[in-house]
Each structure stands twice: as C-alpha cells, then as structure tokens.
Design a protein around this ligand. Sequence first.
Ligand SMILES: [Zn+2]
Length: 222
Amino acid sequence: MATHCNPSLGLSEEVVAQLCNPPHGQSSAPLDTDLWLALKLYLLNPLEATYEANCTAILCHSPHTNLQSYYRTTHLILKITGIESVIHHMCMNLCITYTSPFLNLKACPMCSELQYNQFRLCLSRGKEWIAHQEFHTIPVGPQLQALYHELESAVQAYYLCEERECILSEINRMGCLDKYSDILHGTDLIEAFQDVHIGEDDIVLMFSIDGTQLYVIKVSAC
Ligand SMILES: [Zn+2]
C-alpha cells in the first residue's frame, strides 16, 4: 500500500497536511481577471519560455495587465489544487531514478554517469548541485482530492456512491441485476460493494493497461 509517510516520496509538508485534512467548501477566494488569464496561459503553455513569451506579447498590447511570473502562477495552482509534482533525480541515460536503494548514490550503478552536472558544480565552486535529469511524478491522491473542490466534479465523483446504492438495493430485491450495462456492474465490484470493501464514501481507482513491453530487447507480441 502506498504511504505518504515515506520521506523519500518527496511530498511537501503542506501537501501531506492537506491530504490528511481535506479542505471543506470552496477551495479558494474568487480570482480576478488577470489571475484567470495567468492560469489559462499556464495551462496552454507547458514551457516556461512560451508562457513568458505570451505574457510579453499580451503586455505589449495591454500594458496595464497584471500578469505574474511563471513561478508565482505555479505556486498559485499548487495552492488552489493541492497538486504538486514529486521530483526525483534520475540518470541522464534514463537507467534509474535516485530513490530507495539508489537514494544516496552519486553516480548511476548501470552506466556510471554522474548524477550532478560537474561543469555547473565547478563553475559555482561547489554551490550548485544541479541534476542532469529529473523525473516528475504527479501523485494521484491530491488529484482525486481536487475533484471534490468544485461542485460539478464532486457531483460526478459521487456517481460511484449513487450507483453502488442502486446495485445493492436491486440485488436485495431481485437477487440479480436486470441489466448489466455499467462498468460498475462487474462481479468483482459487486462483491466488493456487498462485503463493504468498497463503502459509500470510498473512491475507486481503476487501472487498465495494454501493450506492455514484456522483454527488455524483444518487441512484445501482446
Ligand atoms: Zn545510467
């Protein structure tokens, strides 16, 4: 079972606190039009450089627009959603991430490439420890919690609870379902509803995978 208490997991204290103590009601104060514009630009521009380029173009046209920096908008989104990426350093050749047994290594055990950029390290006289490569993980817990911040997505997330009730009451009355027409009508899920492994307040995360590479160097026929 995943746990947020593992220090190598990398979630900030703020996010762990929010995960354990979900906010109730509206998550944030209403945003002004400039902040909305900054959020839209952030979502449309995956790169900081294109975000800043768009901001410059907008400011040329409308100099009084108050557009904040990419960094500040990133923090605003974190504050609103509670979602942040967990960053781990990784080998520049993508062999490993520096977690668990590799956490304290300074070089890749597979290809021997060093973890940190030695040029930057020398240039800064040992002050700038910049990894060659980073791996970002966006944990699912805060993403699920964020679904409950807005009424519309909260109502959609409530679908499981409502359908669970319908399924259980129909089976109690009829012994089985009249129609099996929903992904929640599978035998495994119905059994989990009946023995309360999935209760009325639970969130169910389903995972389906296809086309897995089963061998390192062989193209899988699956
Ligand atoms: Zn490597």
